[in-house]
Design a protein around this ligand. Structure first.
Ligand SMILES: C[S@@+](CC[C@H](N)C(=O)[O-])C[C@H]1O[C@@H](n2cnc3c(N)ncnc32)[C@H](O)[C@@H]1O
Length: 291
């Protein structure tokens, strides 16, 4: 369903021992968490946070009999509140494996993939009012261009935004295919020949819909605060914008002697892992130890 990435690297850094307590801010299908739960048996606790309601419900079923686990359906940006509400106390390690899972792409039917004909939704949590369809059909040209440029690092941001405004006046852009067609009409032929040409626009929309960079920025300081002295924070990210936020924040922590940076350069997947799980290729892991 979903293969966790850089699992051995995560375990090497955390080195979880019986009785240790962990927080997994992006529980997903519990790939990383399962290994940690096993190593911290029988008394170690794990607070697992998952924002997506469907994934959360599946987790509740899957891990029903696990007494070590506390599962919460919330946004990790609310980490401090979640910890307080669950009286979890300080953690020995905190993991963030940000972004989407293979399930989101293959099974969620939320329009995350430009290769599948689905409604343009892209919300991790349906309580969120903003959908990808809402953005595409309502935002003005300037704001669309901004998200395509900054969240998607898309070179044809202006052209695509302009075309969206024109096309949606003729007929609403409701599905992934509708959007791919509009993008295809807006970019030059050489660009369109790259089979991944809509990817950056889809990435930008996902980030905007879910406030992903904001969430990441908000959680980092709360995570450091929630660690025991000597505890570890690991962040796995999948694109340069997220990695930059993490890198800069870790630099600050080093400068004010709050933490030791354990990864001068980010760790990446081995060739063997990439062969078994191509999704691991762009993954970058950065870690600190709280002083
Ligand atoms: C890359 S997957 C994590 C996979 C997990 N480590 C595993 O091994 O199964 C990221 C997960 O985080 C969830 N997620 C994304 N943003 C979130 C947020 N702000 N708060 C909590 N969960 C979030 C997604 O729904 C997704 O299930």
């Amino acid at each position: 369903m979903h293969k966790p990435v850089l699992t051995q690297e995560v375990l090497n850094i955390f080195d979880p021992q019986p009785g240790d307590n962990y927080i997994d801010c992006t529980f997903g299908f519990g790939g990383h968490a399962q290994e940690i739960l096993e190593a911290t048996k029988p008394k170690g606790k794990l607070l697992g946070i998952e924002w997506d309601e469907k994934v959360f419900k599946e987790d509740q079923k899957q891990f029903k009999s696990n007494k070590q686990l506390i599962l919460v359906n919330d946004n990790y940006a609310n980490l401090k509140k979640i910890i307080d509400k669950n009286k979890f106390g300080k953690a020995d390690g905190i993991l963030l494996d940000v972004g989407i899972s293979s399930w989101d792409i293959e099974e969620s039917e939320k329009g995350f993939s430009f290769r599948k004909e689905e409604k343009l939704d892209m919300r991790f949590n349906t309580k969120n009012d903003i959908t990808a369809k809402g953005i595409i059909n309502n935002w003005n040209q300037e704001d669309l261009e901004k998200i395509f440029k900054y969240f998607g690092e898309e070179g044809f941001a202006r052209q695509i935004a302009r075309r969206i405004i024109q096309e949606r006046d003729i007929k609403p852009i409701n599905t992934t295919n509708d959007l791919v067609e509009v993008i295809a009409k807006s970019v030059p032929g050489f660009y369109r020949r790259n089979p991944n040409f809509p990817a950056k626009i889809f990435q930008a929309l996902r980030i905007a819909v879910n406030g992903e960079l904001d969430n990441l920025t908000k959680v980092l300081s709360q995570a450091v605060e929630a660690l025991n002295k000597g505890g570890h924070l690991i962040v796995i990210s999948f694109h340069s914008l997220e990695d930059r936020i993490v890198k800069n924040y870790f630099k600050e922590l080093k400068a004010n002697n709050t933490a030791k940076v354990l990864t001068k350069k980010p760790l990446t997947a081995t060739l063997e892992e990439i062969k078994n799980n191509p999704r691991s290729k762009p993954a970058k892991l950065r870690a600190i130890q709280k002083l």
